[in-house]
Design a protein around this ligand. Structure first.
Ligand SMILES: Nc1ncnc2c1ncn2[C@@H]1O[C@H](COP(=O)(O)OP(=O)(O)OP(=O)(O)O)[C@@H](O)[C@H]1O
Length: 224
């Protein structure tokens, strides 16, 4: 028996605007992503990649079709249900979105705070272990302003993975980085995801990182 996919999308359609201004940006999308699989989503600017990623991340409401994430149907889901689904996903964005007033380990520990059963001392220990895994053990008490672009993105990876989420959504994680730094960052992401058996759906225009994917899907004008 096949395990349940982490993402299961059937006939998903999404539009912005109303009436004559209505614009369909996703049309009849079907996609499955399995546990542990790394899928890269490519396509021209404006083809709907980010819109799809934010729907899967329960950051906007599903209009038409079925979208199951971690076995939760997001079509018609309440706000509370969407928050619960979101807390099980790790997000990595183009810019790292770290809080400047918190140190590297405190930024990583923030995602553990959502899980209140973890005592503060264990939070710190787990955050520092995760920073060591991305090669930043000795920068744990540094503030983001003292870190390079690649180091900040590695803190963002540690923050996304520290809860051992079954799914990571990444939107252009290497866009702000030079070639070598971008490569290092995705290598770390790939290694940790395989260790944790975590699925990744990653949007990118970066041809240099395509080899980390188990599968590449192409989006064109709202169609997969
Ligand atoms: N909030 C919004 N209101 C109206 N239209 C929007 C909104 N957000 C996105 N769009 C439109 O939806 C289409 C798809 O946008 P989306 O950002 O998903 O594309 P993308 O493939 O991620 O593009 P890029 O590679 O440039 O990030 C675009 O035509 C965009 O102009």
């Amino acid at each position: 028996m096949n395990p349940t996919p982490v993402i299961a999308i059937q006939n998903l359609t999404y539009s912005f605007g109303k009436g004559v201004l209505q614009k369909t940006v996703l049309a009849d999308i079907n996609l499955e992503v399995n546990r542990g699989e790394i899928v890269i989503l490519m396509g021209p600017s404006g083809s709907g990649k980010t819109t799809l990623l934010t729907l899967i991340g329960a950051l906007r409401s599903v209009q038409t079709g079925s979208l199951k994430v971690l076995d939760h149907e997001l079509q018609g889901a309440s706000k509370l249900k969407r928050i619960q689904v979101r807390s099980q996903i790790g997000f990595i964005f183009q810019t790292h979105n770290l809080l400047r007033c918190l140190t590297a380990w405190e930024n990583v520990g923030m995602s553990l705070k959502l899980h209140q059963q973890i005592p503060p001392s264990e939070r710190r220990e787990r955050a520092i272990t995760m920073l060591q895994a991305v090669g930043l053990g000795s920068q744990a008490t540094d503030y983001p302003d003292h870190l390079s672009g690649g180091q900040k993105q590695r803190v963002a990876i540690a923050r996304a993975l520290v809860n051992h989420p079954p799914l990571i959504l990444a939107d252009e994680p290497t866009a702000a980085l030079d070639r070598k730094t971008g490569r290092d960052v995705v290598d770390i992401l790939q290694r940790l995801a395989k260790e944790q058996h975590c699925a990744i759906l990653l949007v990118t225009h970066d041809n240099r990182i395509l080899d980390i994917a188990d599968r590449i899907v192409q989006m064109e004008d709202g169609h997969l």
